[in-house]
Every structure is written in structure tokens, then in C-alpha cells.
Design a protein around this ligand. Structure first.
Ligand code: GDD
Ligand code: MG
Length: 364
């Protein structure tokens, strides 16, 4: 089977991380977000993956070619000269996706869950219509695409409303689809939105169905959700007794759900967890307290720092006795001084912070 992953867009909501790396390459659970998707697609029998890129394609190509071998799939890049939105890229890749009459998967690159590709493909074949979208329930649906059903039908969609201003329901588009090649003839080669144009037209024709997702789901394209998604992902690994988590018998593990790369160094008398991801070559000093945070590759947390609800960017340093909280995000190579307090600070790459950030702010 074939799949297309939408890896364009500028990832502005995940700044300052996306100032250094395209969103799909930002590590989630110590692996680029997109690696989770490529792996799951390969496991479901997908052999051809198209990556629809419009932003820094050379960085993507270099990083992703290695997955071809690792997961035994063919990865092709479809590069847009102008951003084509969420539907245009499908048309641009028509030669690949339209080969044969088999349906293909489409994915947003920032959604994390236990991808149900096999069951989705079976369900799609059973109902026989043009498209199926995966749906999940959320409490705050306004920042997603919301779907409403036909009252007399369990899965046929009656309305699709992208980013509704008024409440229409809480079942949302999870950003994972399976579509027949015939859908390609509904799309023009121009910047166009699958959510605003293609889906509503398919709904009118009664050709769009929904498939309910089991388990956790999160769009991790914003720092707050990236941290929430990390908690959900680590909990799901804990339920499966995954070896990817540090053993709760370690003296420094507190409350479980801690993932530590084997090259990281942890000092004495630390208290780490729950919900912490520690990347490669991270160095943690003595007496550090970490909870609900992600420390990306090469970062350092010095003695007695206290870090909560924070993403520490690559090669950044947090000083001694510093205190970080409330969705603080450090870009690449940031330095937080000793004893500095950061409350919801979003710090751009290469900055050095010597004063407290008492209220949430972007530090440029
Ligand atoms: N190739 C390409 N070109 N990809 C793009 C472009 C583009 O011009 N614009 C956006 N994308 C990609 C993004 O990288 C992302 O993977 C996906 O399209 C969706 O864009 P987002 O910017 O993340 O959209 P969203 O999160 O506001 O909403 C979408 O996702 C929700 C689920 O997380 C919609 O599909 C909603 O309906 C959905 O509920
Ligand atoms: Mg998104």
C-alpha cells in the first residue's frame, strides 16, 4: 500500500523549536515525530511513502533517507514550490498515489497515537465509499476539524466543520485518512485545503465515513500539547511494560513514566518523574528535580535545578538552582543563568537569560 505524509507548513506554533528543525523532525519520545509514523505505516504493510514537503526540503531529505533502509520502505519526496495546503500536495503526487486502484493513507505529520492503519483499511474496504477519516473525542474541539454524523447511520459523515466558531460536536478529525484514488480527481493543483474544500464536497456526495480511534491521541504541534502528548505516550508505554522506560526500581525514578537515552548522565540524589523524556548526551547534575518535561539532545541541567512542564531545546543549559515551569520552551543553545526563575518563557535560539521571567513571555 501507499501513504502520503503532509510535512509542510512552517510549524510556527512549535517555535522556538521549529526555528532550528522542521516540525516533523523534532524528537518526540526521543525519535523524530515522523519516525513514529513511518514505522507504523511500514508495520501495516505500506511499501511506498510520499513526503509532501514545502519547507527546507534538503534538511528533510538528508534526515529521512536513512529510514528507507531501517523500515524497508520506499520514501519519495514531493516538493512544492509554493505551499499547496493540505489537499494540493495530494494532487501534486497524483502520479504515485493514483498508480493502481488501491486506496492510500494520508497523515498529518504532527499527530501521535497508536496508529490503527490495518483496521482502518479493513473498515474502509467494507463500506466501499471514497474516504474514511479517523476521529477522536476531545474536550476543546474549536482548534480542530469537527465531524457530525447522519442520525440514521453509525459512520457516514453529515457535516465537516474546520475550526468551528460555535460548538457543533466534540468528535474531531484526528488527521489520519484513507482515500480511494478517485478522490484525486476532486482536487485541483493549487493551494487548497482538504478540510475546507475536499471533505465538505465528499460529505455532500455521501462519500465520507468516520472510524473511531481507540486509546490516546494528540496533535503535538504546540508546546503545551507536545507536553500533554508526551505524558499520554509515556503512559501508553508503561501500560505495555515497555523496555523503553527506565525501571521504577532506579532510586531516582519518581512516579514512573521516565524515558532516558542510554548515553545520558544522571547525577546523585536526583528525583525524576513522572513523565520525563531525557535525550541523547544529556547531562543532569546532582540533586536535580525534573517532572513533566522533555530534555532534547545535548542539553544540561545543573545542580539543584527544578524543572517542570518545560521543553529544553538541543544543547541548552539550565543553571544551578534555576526554576523552570508553566510551559517554558528553550530553543537550541539557550543558557539559563544560575538561580533564574522562568514562568512560561519561550526563549529563542542562542539566547542567554540572566534575569527572571516572571510572567509568560517570548524572549528574543
Ligand atoms: N506539504 C504541505 N504543504 N503540508 C502542509 C501544508 C502545505 O502547504 N500546510 C500544512 N501542512 C501540513 C502540516 O505539516 C501538518 O502535518 C498538516 O498539514 C496539518 O496542518 P496543521 O497546521 O498542523 O493543521 P491543524 O493542526 O491546525 O489542523 C489539522 O489537524 C487537526 C488534527 O490535528 C486539520 O486537519 C484538522 O481538521 C484536524 O482536526
Ligand atoms: Mg496540527
Amino acid at each position: 500500500m501507499k501513504a502520503l505524509i503532509l510535512v509542510g507548513g512552517f510549524g510556527t506554533r512549535l517555535r522556538p523549536l521549529t526555528l532550528s528543525l522542521p516540525k516533523p523532525l523534532v524528537e518526540f519520545g526521543n525519535r523524530p515525530m515522523i519516525a513514529h509514523q513511518i514505522e507504523a505505516l511500514a508495520q501495516a504493510g505500506v511499501t511506498d511513502i510520499v513526503l509532501a514537503v514545502n519547507y527546507r526540503p534538503e534538511v528533510m531529505t538528508a534526515a529521512l533517507k536513512k529510514y528507507e533502509e531501517q523500515y524497508n520502505v520506499k520514501i519519495e519526496f514531493s516538493v512544492e514550490t509554493e505551499p499547496l495546503g493540505t489537499a494540493g500536495p495530494l494532487k501534486l503526487a497524483e502520479k504515485i498515489l493514483g498508480r493502481g486502484d488501491e486506496p492510500f493513507f494520508v497523515l498529518n505529520s504532527d499527530v501521535i497515537c497508536e496508529y490503527p492503519f490495518q483496521q482502518l483499511a479493513e473498515f474502509h474496504k467494507q463500506h466501499g465509499q471514497e474516504g474514511t477519516i479517523v476521529v477522536t473525542k476531545v474536550e476543546e474541539p474549536s482548534k480542530y476539524g469537527v465531524i457530525v454524523h447522519k442520525p440514521d447511520h453509525p459512520s457516514r459523515i453529515d457535516r465537516f466543520v474546520e475550526k468551528p466558531v460555535e460548538f457543533v460536536g466534540n468528535r474531531i478529525n484526528a488527521g489520519i485518512y484513507i482515500l480511494n484514488p478517485s478522490v484525486l480527481s476532486r482536487i485541483e493543483l493549487r493551494p487548497t485545503s482538504i478540510e475546507q474544500e475536499t471533505f465538505p464536497a465528499m460529505v455532500t456526495d455521501g462519500e465520507l465515513h468516520s472510524f473511531d480511534l481507540d486509546g490516546f491521541w494528540m496533535d503535538v504541534g504546540q508546546p503545551k500539547d507536545f507536553l500533554s502528548g508526551t505524558c499520554l505516550y509515556l503512559s501508553s508505554l508503561a501500560k505495555k511494560n515497555s523496555k523503553a522506560l527506565a525501571s521504577t526500581s532506579e532510586s531516582w525514578v519518581h512516579g514512573g513514566n521516565v524515558m532516558v537515552d542510554e548515553s545520558a548522565k544522571i547525577g546523585k540524589n536526583c528525583k525524576i518523574g513522572p513523565n520525563v523524556v531525557i535525550g541523547p548526551n544529556v547531562v543532569i547534575g546532582d540533586g536535580v528535580r525534573l517532572q513533566r518535561c522533555v530534555l532534547l539532545q545535548g542539553s544540561k541541567v545543573k545542580e539543584h535545578a527544578w524543572v517542570k512542564s518545560t521543553i529544553v531545546g538541543w544543547n541548552s543549559t539550565i543553571g544551578r538552582w534555576a526554576r523552570m515551569e508553566n510551559v517554558s520552551v528553550l530553543g537550541d543553545d539557550v543558557t539559563i543563568g544560575d538561580e533564574v526563575y522562568c514562568n512560561g518563557a519561550s526563549v529563542l535560539p542562542h539566547k542567554s537569560i540572566k534575569q527572571n521571567v516572571d510572567v509568560p513571555a517570548i524572549i528574543m
